[in-house]
Design a protein around this ligand. Structure first.
Ligand SMILES: NC(=O)c1ccc[n+]([C@@H]2O[C@H](COP(=O)([O-])OP(=O)(O)OC[C@H]3O[C@@H](n4cnc5c(N)ncnc54)[C@H](O)[C@@H]3O)[C@@H](O)[C@H]2O)c1
Length: 441
């Protein structure tokens, strides 16, 4: 099939590459000229495991191309997949300007039947707005080509995006148009060969499903973080509790890790957007409101522990930070808990030496103006002259470090672990002070 993907970020690039890999002829459009230039030079602008070879082989095969040419992109695909960003607006609602701009450009250039598919995470009612934007543009041209708007929210996880796209748990298709549904069935047929994964539903249900899924996952995290803080206060251990409740199949083990709060480009903004939708509908979601409140507080727990350990005397101290990305296997630092920790440390007068296996470049950009923060190229470099170590991202390479070397390098042998990576007894046996989240002291 001829497919156009609008927006070549985490979702658009993975979608375009994987659809091309299944044999489709894919045109990826982005308005960011430097991004398209990099892609056309063979560079992958994001860190996403497994993506590069797929992009390369499909470009070489002529099935995947990158361009800023809007008219050509609309002409190319009968399927137009919108995968542009929907960042939070000032009031927390999703900012739809990029989605509507993409819809307008489709309306401006379309000539013949199109299925317009929203993969971006968008609030309930957006499909109607997309439809109206296209109709308005068509009217200006005195044209009325037939088209359909489908909601097809994306559920891939950064860091495992290729795997998630190739082997999805489910594919939500929100539409009541048989022709459009048939086209999406055929688009996704290669990705569901061993069982049917498409769930067809109403457009509004599809739009809400994406927010409800992210809010549910965020709820599990905030719930565990609150229970962790309670466990710490009353002498229980959240890891023992996690295993105890995760073994119940009604609960399961996933998303039960306590830590320093969720971040990233999706959960925080989607939780806020759902709160906004609910408030506007006069049906506030009290559980979701609490999830956000707990998360905001949790991002400061590690900073609090560090200040407490040093009796609020952080001026002149240097804290090593391992991990800046909001989670492992990505370079994405949007709303990362590391940002709250670094802010807290710098506000308290400390300097920071930070290392991340993938987000170093992004961090250099973000912290370019701060003399208090140094980004270093290797994990052990962060410990040079440092008073203590804080662990913020659960990268594989932090799981079994040389504790003797850490102890030797730090002025105070203290590890503040926002991801509960280590065995508290083993660390203490090696003479390290260990401050995890919600574990028995
Ligand atoms: N990142 C994730 O893990 C993830 C997962 C599921 C869903 N989503 C959702 O998918 C959407 C995209 O997320 P992302 O992380 O890929 O965003 P992103 O910011 O990485 O990429 C968006 C891209 O769209 C481009 N763009 C903006 N307006 C455009 C236009 N009119 N025409 C062409 N290109 C345009 C931007 O230049 C940018 O390259 C969001 O709604 C997000 O909530 C993201």
């Amino acid at each position: 099939m001829n497919v156009t993907v609008i927006g070549t970020g985490y979702v658009g690039l993975v979608t375009g590459a994987c659809l091309a890999d299944a044999g489709n002829n894919v045109f990826c459009l982005d308005l960011d000229e430097s991004k398209i230039a990099r892609l056309n030079r063979g560079e992958i602008p994001i860190f996403e495991p497994g993506l590069e070879p797929i992009v390369r082989r499909n470009e070489e095969a002529g099935r995947l191309r990158f361009s800023t040419d809007v008219a050509a992109s609309v002409a190319h695909g009968e399927l137009q997949l919108i995968a542009v960003g929907t960042p939070p607006g000032e009031d927390g609602s999703a900012d739809l300007q990029h989605v509507i701009a993409a819809a307008r450009s489709i309306g401006r250039h379309m000539d013949g039947y199109k299925v317009v598919v929203t993969k971006s995470t968008v609030p309930v009612g957006t499909a109607d707005k997309v439809k109206h934007a296209i109709i308005e543009e068509q009217k200006k041209r005195h044209l009325g080509s037939d088209f359909s708007v489908v909601s097809n929210p994306e559920f891939l996880k950064e860091g495992a995006a290729v795997e998630d796209f190739m082997r999805p748990d489910r594919i939500i298709v929100g539409s009541d148009d048989a022709r459009a549904i048939a086209m999406l069935r055929s688009l996704y047929a290669p990705f569901q060969r061993n069982r049917e994964r498409i769930i067809v539903m109403g457009v509004r249900s599809a739009e809400l499903t994406k927010y409800a899924a992210n809010a549910m996952l965020a709820t599990r995290i905030s719930f565990m973080n609150e229970v962790a803080n309670l466990a710490e206060a009353i002498g229980a251990d959240i890891e023992e509790v996690r295993r105890g409740i995760g073994s119940d199949p009604r609960i399961g083990y996933q998303f039960l890790y306590a830590g320093i709060g969720f971040g990233g480009s999706c959960f925080p903004k989607d939780v806020k957007a759902l709160q906004r939708t609910a408030a506007d509908a006069g049906k506030p979601l009290r559980v979701v409101n609490a999830v956000e409140e707990v998360n905001e507080a949790q991002k400061h727990v590690l900073g609090f522990k560090i200040r407490e350990r040093f009796a609020n005397q952080l001026r002149g101290k240097c804290i090593a930070v391992w991990g800046l990305a909001f989670k492992a296997n990505t370079d994405d630092m949007r709303e990362a808990p590391s940002l709250a920790l670094v802010d807290d440390l710098v506000a308290a007068g400390a300097t920071v030496r930070a290392y991340d296996p993938a987000a170093g470049k992004e961090a250099q950009k973000l912290f370019a103006d701060s003399a208090s923060i140094t980004i270093v190229p290797h994990a052990m470099d962060a410990l040079e002259g440092a008073d203590a170590l804080a662990i913020v991202t659960e990268w594989q390479e932090f799981r079994s470090p040389d504790f003797a070397a850490i102890k030797k390098a730090l002025k105070t042998p203290a590890i503040f672990d926002g991801r509960n990576l280590y065995d508290p007894a083993a660390l203490r046996a090696q003479g390290l002070e260990y401050y995890p989240i919600g574990r028995k002291q």
